[in-house]
Design a protein around this ligand. Structure first.
Ligand code: UD1
Length: 418
């Protein structure tokens, strides 16, 4: 187990390269199950979640190789159709193999994910959709056991837009007989990226990125051929928050501004200045951020995956801000740790009230989930003195070489054994 030792209080300056998006990489890796032969994908970030997906595919008899961002997956040798509890419990996104397995083989055994630090996170909507497509689903000993001869197209309405649910059913629809319509679908850029990849494989999909997606099933798909995944908008947003909280000046290379619209708007309200730069986007932090309210919403609303980092920024803002979390019922685990760094935050239900302080003080803190760990890193970079961020396993799940990238822009960060 590692911890990060951070000596904060320095404005960070320089260039940061944005990695490929974790939440696009995982479903696209799962999509390789849909085609016979060698799939090649580019710009896959080196993350522990990517390794977990690789282990899952390998455990199914699939050949998986990772080389500096290039991934090769050959599913011709698949001989096992199970996502075991040991892997699903470490990474919920393992459920993304369910749709592809059902579409191509009509059989899957996938462990139910169970709760996680940020909420109960059920998969009932994934299962409802598959049932509508003709799958026979049984829940036994903590596993979903699904079977079908061939899935058939169906009209499916999500009570709540679900990102991985939309992705699972979109993949299921690609090889189904007939047309599948997903209504109130998730519109996240990662869903669109998966759709673009599937289209490059020969799938017939219309409307990805909108709330109604139509998928006309085909008989087979070609393997993925050097598909390059989109840059990670949440990593970019996190570095923007870091520029703001340290009063720094960063150039973010390789991000897609159109995916960052709302994050940028809110950070502008908080006082961050944005400029176009030759190699990317320049973000300049001011003296002190301005209190700004946020409410998390499905895309194109403010992402829940940026809530914790934004809260760290608000902890040192001028004035009081209100932060509402509407997606996950328990996504304020970082609050108690931010308080250890001196933040003044109170919670009532799904609303946090953050009274900006003049500064934060270094302390030992413990991470509880991926984005909580990013918020603690941001807060520690701004705090006076030394902080130790324990249990950074969560950070490594979703941020590629975060500590190296921070050192390149002048941060005093050390990774040591805990
Ligand atoms: C994905 C992202 C995660 C992000 C989240 C919300 C990946 C790998 N992960 O997670 O980083 O925080 O979207 O943007 O892409 N729900 C149900 N029943 C279901 C499915 C979901 O009630 O069957 C609820 C969830 O509990 C939650 C809401 O729907 O309240 C949205 O969750 P969802 O979009 O499914 O999140 P994930 O896909 O798990």
């Amino acid at each position: 187990m590692h911890k990060l030792i951070i000596k904060g209080g320095k404005p960070l300056r320089g260039e940061v390269g944005i990695s490929g998006a974790k939440n696009a990489a995982l479903p696209i890796m799962a999509a390789s199950v849909l085609a016979l032969g060698k799939n090649t994908i580019k710009r896959i970030p080196e993350l522990s979640d990517v390794k977990t997906m690789g282990r899952l595919l390998s455990s199914m008899g699939i050949k998986f190789a990772y080389d500096n961002g290039d991934v090769t997956i050959n599913s011709s040798t698949i001989n096992n159709f199970e996502a075991p509890y040991e892997l699903v419990k470490t990474m919920r996104a393992s459920v993304l193999v369910l749709g592809p397995l059902m579409a191509r083989f009509g059989r899957a055994k996938v462990s139910l994910p169970g709760g996680c630090a940020i909420g109960t996170r059920p998969i009932n909507l994934h299962l409802m959709g598959l049932k509508k497509m003709g799958a026979d689903i049984e829940l036994k000993t903590g596993y979903v056991i699904a079977k079908a001869t061939r899935l058939r197209g169906a009209s499916i309405y999500f009570d709540i837009p679900t990102v991985t649910g939309t992705e699972n059913l979109m993949m299921a629809g690609t090889l189904a007989k007939g047309t599948t319509t997903l209504k109130n679908a998730a519109m996240e850029p990662e869903v669109t990226d998966l759709a673009n990849c599937l289209i490059s494989m020969g799938a017939k999909i219309k409307g990805a990125g909108e709330s109604i997606i139509e998928i006309e099933g085909v008989d087979e798909l070609n393997p993925i051929n050097n598909y390059e995944i989109i840059p990670d908008r949440i990593e970019a947003g996190t570095f923007m928050a870091i520029a703001a909280i340290t009063g720094g000046d960063l150039i973010l290379k390789g991000c897609r501004t159109e995916h960052l619209d709302v994050i940028t708007l809110k950070l502008k309200d908080a006082g961050l200045v944005f400029e176009d730069a030759k190699s990317g986007i320049r973000v300049i932090g001011g003296e002190k951020p301005t209190a700004t309210n946020i409410k998390t919403m499905p895309y194109p609303g403010f992402p829940t995956d940026m809530q914790a980092q934004f809260m760290a920024l608000m902890a040192v803002a001028e004035g009081t801000s209100i932060i509402q979390e509407t997606i996950f019922e328990n996504r304020f685990m970082h609050v108690a740790e931010l308080r250890r760094l001196g933040a003044d935050i109170s919670i009532e239900g799904r609303t946090a009230t953050v009274k900006g302080r003049s500064g934060l003080m270094g302390a030992d803190v413990m991470t509880t989930d991926l984005r909580a760990s990013a918020s603690l890193v941001a807060a520690a970079l701004c705090a006076e003195g030394e902080s130790a961020i324990h249990n950074i396993y969560h950070l490594d799940r979703g941020y590629e070489k975060m500590d190296e990238k921070l050192r390149m822009i002048g941060a005093d960060v050390e990774r040591v054994n805990d």
